[in-house]
Design a protein. Structure first.
Length: 301
């Protein structure tokens, strides 16, 4: 006699079978909404191109970015040097491409460090509340009282110039914005039923914060992180322009721009091209961040 007993699905079979299509549907829905925002897509394309240049840039430069050519000093854009040369005959196009790695790497590293610090402080302030929340928020208020670039200059002036110190300075003034945004997201999430269940079954505070509460803040975190990179690029270039960052011998966008200002009257291309690259890069990150925020905001969809 045939066995007509129906096999009971193992625990998790339905979940795994249902969650995958749901996740795929959410991704398709996100892409459909994002692709409708043409400026955000344009920003994303520019960002991808810049990130590729940051990785392979030093290997594809038409000239050695640090090679002197005294026969072509301050030459304007021409067939040999499409963006001209600087006061030492170095190819401006090659130096800007090679400088992409240092400029983008500095901004990304500083933003990542600031994000890590801000997330931890924001999670703790929002989750525990009370005195800890008050202390963290008052410190953030004090730091917000200073213009970000001025605070970064003060930090770098104290610890000394250099790329590493620029990263530290940028990371420090990035922390308050992330701490405040993450705290606000935590206040919305911590009252949810699944968080209360996690507490009731004996999950530690650390596990509840990072496993159950933190995922609920990812939307705000991703948008803020993307938009802060553009500001970090601009701030890092500004600090190098003022002489606090990369040395004038290094291929870095702000340093290239700083050297070019001395020859603005006779060689405007030394300022035009690095300034244009900085502008387009910052604009791309802002456009992408705006589009990402609008796509993820349910009120706008």
């Amino acid at each position: 006699m045939a066995d007509t007993t129906t096999k009971k699905p193992a625990q998790g079979e339905f979940a795994s079978g249902e969650e995958l299509p749901r996740a795929q549907s959410q991704v398709k829905d996100f892409l459909k909404k994002f692709l409708r925002r043409k400026t955000a897509v344009l920003g994303f394309v520019i960002i991808v191109a810049i990130l590729i240049l940051a990785v392979i840039g030093p290997m594809i430069t038409p000239y050695d970015p640090n090679a002197y050519d005294y026969s072509a000093i301050l030459a304007g854009p021409n067939a040999r040097h499409i963006w001209g040369t600087d006061e030492f005959g170095r190819d401006v196009f090659s130096r800007i491409i090679a400088g992409t790695q240092l400029s983008i790497g500095t901004a990304l590293t500083a933003t990542l460090l600031g994000t890590a610090g801000g997330v931890v402080l924001g999670l703790m302030a929002g989750f525990f509340g009370g005195i800890l929340d008050s202390i963290v928020m008052r410190i953030c208020d004090v730091m917000f009282a200073f213009p970000s670039i001025l605070l970064a200059i003060a930090i770098v002036a104290i610890i000394g110039p250099g790329i590493t110190n620029i990263m530290i300075g940028l990371a420090v003034f990035t922390v308050p914005s992330f701490a405040r945004i993450i705290r606000g997201a935590v206040l919305e999430v911590r009252g949810e039923l699944y968080v209360e269940v996690a507490k009731s079954i004996g999950c530690s505070n650390a596990r509840t914060m990072f496993v159950h509460v933190f995922p609920g803040t990812m939307q705000a975190l991703i948008v803020n992180f993307t938009m802060n990179i553009g500001g970090a690029i601009l701030s890092a270039s500004s600090l190098s322009f003022l002489g606090f960052g990369a040395s004038v011998t290094q291929a870095e966008w702000g340093a290239i721009l700083s050297q070019g200002r001395n020859y603005l009257a006779i060689a405007p291309h030394l300022v035009l091209f690095p300034g244009l690259v900085i502008f387009l890069t910052v604009l791309a990150f802002n456009l992408f961040g705006d589009g990402l925020r609008d796509t993820l905001d349910p009120k706008l969809n």
